[in-house]
Structures are given as structure tokens and as C-alpha cells.
Design a protein around this ligand. Structure first.
Ligand code: SF4
Ligand code: SF4
Length: 400
């Protein structure tokens, strides 16, 4: 089956730099050494240079000189289907782009190519297809009741009606990593920081954006921005790296105007208190700990030092680094919608990360991302591991 002269552009979704980057791949294959998916599947037909080759061939055949002179050739359906499979068998971890000698920013490229697959009716895949309907109805991608979004807030934590500091919780924090977000609020309160929440907070849009589904984006972003602005927020604190990436890089575009607040990570909020010697941890932690740099924290928003500054406040703890850390950290297997499309593959990736933490001699794998938190806990079930998986602010709050 083939698609006859598709009335569709293969270039309107790409920036000029992304278009150039399609031609820049030298097929050096360095990125293959770093792909967490390839580590598990061993399938080299789904890798970064293959995705780039197929898409750039499409651009050339549909928009090149020959196409302009003689018309567009038909695009074989099987080529588009192969490309779709390759684009969605990926966590969008960005590790391939990090090591790419010609600097192809894959973490930014993949969502743009996926959006094109959605436009063609080929993406997203598997359980990802249900997400827009679930988000539209429940305002979170997990299908959980909206009324329970903030049910986890510790009773002793005071949330102001209005404040300059806002906290954006995010769906993964609210529904799958509650000790993480509860820890963050306890720490804000312990530091004497007055903060507010938007009690009708919706999904930030990241799971839709990353799977190429852009239809609801304006609605969810504008709803959140208006609600936070109405509470007087000038600085919005975020724990989830994927939310942070989304808010920082894409909310302004979908909002249609500049945001009335800036975006800060929770570890950046506490940084001045640490520097001033006012981070009030009373207890000690007798354990060997290692920190996992989440893909969208280290490679997405380039935060690696601030979480380690918090780690250094854990008196008594022995901090070790894994073989791969900071901008080259291993992916936990949760990202890019792969949990819904290929759950077993994502679990294997999570176990590879845990193996690396164990090899470093850690008792506790400290994470700072709710998607990692959910995936690593799930991957532990039915698997022999002595590791404890704990969130950074969960530990800090437990040491108050
Ligand atoms: S983004 Fe990550 S999972 Fe996707 S191809 Fe690159 S290294 Fe592999
Ligand atoms: S590392 Fe970069 S240039 Fe080399 S094959 Fe991968 S994408 Fe292409």
C-alpha cells in the first residue's frame, strides 16, 4: 500500500537548524553506544541515524529539485510505518544528541518528527493513543480523579491563597510520586517560604507534546497560566524535570504571550538557603547514596549541580557517582511515552539503571523525577535488589 502524493509538508514542523541537522548526520554511529533502548533491544534499525536517514530521504524526495520538476513520488506506506515505530521506540532521553559530534539536538528533534507522524495519522502508538481523551476529561494522563490531585498535601503544611512563590505539582508527582512532592512542600515550609498552589491545576501538557499530540496544548497551558497568575505568582517552583522542561521551553508559545512568572526548579529555590548555612536538617543519614540525573533535568534544563548541593547537606551520607552521570546519565526508561507503548522494555531500562547504582556501591538511589520514581519502584517488584529508591526532597524532609 502506498500513499499517493501526500498533500503534506515534511518541513513545516522543523526549524531551519533542525532541517540542516538532518543532513549533518555523518553516520559515525557514536550515538549507538549510548542508547538505552538499543542496550535492551539490540535492534539497530530503530536507532538515531536510521530515523534521521529515513526522514531526510523523505524531505529530499518530497521537497527536492526532482520533486519540484517532476512531481512528488509516492511515499511507501511501509517506510512511514517503520519510521513511526523507530520514532516511538525511544524515551527521548537525548543521550544520543549529547554525544553526537555534530551536535544534533535529538531531544528537540524527536517531538517535532512525532508530531508529523500524528498529522499523518500514524502516531502515537499503543496506549499513548488514549492520552488526549484522558487528559481532556481528567486533566491528568493517569485517568485518576481530578479531585484527588492534592489529596496528599501533608496536614501541617500551610498553603497561602496568594503568594509570589507558586508550586506547580504536576500529574506524576500528584499521582505516582507523592512522597516527592510532599517532601518539597515540607522543605518549603521548613525554610519559611510562603507559597501558593493553583488548586485547579491541570497537566502541563508534556505527555501530549512528547507524543506529538498538540491539539489540547493551548487549552491546558492557558488554563494553568491564568490560574497561577490569579494567585499572584511571580516565581513558579517545579519539582518534575519534564514539567520544568515544558514550562520553560514551550508554555510561552502555547500561551500565546509571555508568562507572568519565571520558572525555577525546587533545588534552585533552596540553593540560597544552603549557601547561607540555613538548610535546617537536624538528623544524619548513615548510608551510601548515589544521585540519578533525570534526562530532562540534566540534558533538558541543564540542572546537575543544585541537586548535588542538597545531597551534600545529608550529614553522615557517603556520596558516590555512578559510571554515567550528569549530562551522560543513563535513562530510567520512563520517558517519551514508552511506558505506555512498550512497558516491558521500559522496565528493563530501569533495571539497567539500578544495576549501575548497585555497581557504584550505593544503598540508596536518590532520584529527582516523579517518572523515574514510579518506574524504578515498579521495576523493583519481583526483582532482587538491595537498593532503596528515594526522592531527594523526600530524604531531606525526613531529616528535618
Ligand atoms: S533519545 Fe535516548 S532512547 Fe531515543 S534514540 Fe536517543 S539515546 Fe536512544
Ligand atoms: S552521533 Fe550524530 S552524527 Fe553520529 S550517527 Fe549519531 S546522530 Fe549521526
Amino acid at each position: 500500500m502506498s500513499q499517493k502524493n501526500p498533500p503534506i509538508s515534511f518541513v513545516d514542523n522543523l526549524t531551519p537548524l533542525q532541517l540542516v541537522s538532518l543532513d549533518a548526520c555523518t553516520r559515525c554511529m557514536e550515538c549507538l553506544q549510548w542508547c538505552p533502548v538499543l542496550d535492551v533491544t539490540g535492534d539497530e534499525s530503530l536507532t538515531t541515524p536510521e530515523k534521521i536517514r529515513i526522514y531526510s530521504d523523505l524531505v529530499r524526495s518530497q521537497h527536492g529539485l526532482r520533486a519540484q520538476l517532476f512531481g512528488r513520488p509516492e511515499v511507501p506506506r511501509e517506510v512511514l510505518e517503520k519510521l513511526t515505530q523507530a520514532l516511538y521506540t525511544c524515551t527521548t532521553c537525548g543521550r544520543c544528541g549529547e554525544v553526537c559530534p555534530v551536535g544534533i539536538n535529538t531531544q528537540r528533534l524527536w517531538p517535532a518528527l512525532r508530531a508529523k507522524m500524528v498529522e499523518l495519522g500514524l502516531g502515537p502508538i499503543g496506549g499513548q493513543r488514549e492520552m488526549p481523551g484522558i487528559v481532556a476529561e481528567k486533566h491528568n494522563p493517569y485517568g485518576r480523579p481530578h479531585s484527588e490531585r492534592f489529596a496528599w498535601i501533608p496536614p501541617e503544611v500551610h498553603v497561602a491563597e496568594q503568594a509570589e512563590i507558586g508550586y506547580y505539582c504536576g500529574c506524576s508527582g500528584a499521582y505516582t510520586a507523592q512522597p516527592m512532592v510532599a517532601g518539597a512542600l515540607r522543605i518549603l515550609q521548613a525554610l519559611g517560604i510562603e507559597f501558593t498552589l493553583f488548586d485547579d491545576e491541570w497537566c502541563c501538557g508534556f505527555p501530549l507534546f512528547i507524543t506529538g499530540e498538540l491539539g489540547l496544548m493551548e487549552e491546558v497551558v492557558r488554563h494553568n497560566v491564568a490560574g497561577l497568575a490569579a494567585r499572584g505568582v511571580k516565581h513558579l517552583a517545579v519539582s518534575c524535570p519534564c514539567c520544568m522542561f515544558m514550562l520553560q521551553n514551550h508554555w510561552e508559545y502555547f500561551n500565546g504571550s509571555p508568562l507572568p512568572f519565571d520558572i525555577v526548579h525546587i533545588t534552585q529555590i533552596v540553593q540560597p538557603y544552603i549557601e547561607a548555612g540555613k538548610f535546617p536538617l537536624a538528623k544524619e543519614l548513615d548510608a551510601t547514596i548515589t544521585f540519578h540525573d533525570a534526562c530532562y533535568l540534566s540534558r533538558g534544563v541543564r540542572i546537575t549541580e543544585e541537586p548535588r548541593a542538597v545531597l551534600r547537606q545529608f550529614r553522615g551520607a557517603r556520596v558516590v557517582e555512578m559510571e554515567h552521570s550528569q549530562s551522560l546519565s543513563r535513562c530510567c526508561g520512563a520517558g517519551g511515552g514508552i511506558r505506555r507503548a512498550y512497558p516491558e522494555l521500559s522496565i528493563e531500562m530501569a533495571r539497567n539503571l539500578m544495576r549501575e547504582a548497585e555497581a557504584a556501591g550505593a544503598d540508596i538511589l536518590v532520584i529527582d523525577c516523579p517518572a523515574c520514581y514510579e518506574r524504578l519502584h515498579l521495576a523493583q517488584q519481583g526483582w532482587e535488589s538491595r537498593l532503596e529508591i528515594l526522592d531527594l526532597m523526600q530524604i531531606a524532609a525526613g531529616l528535618l
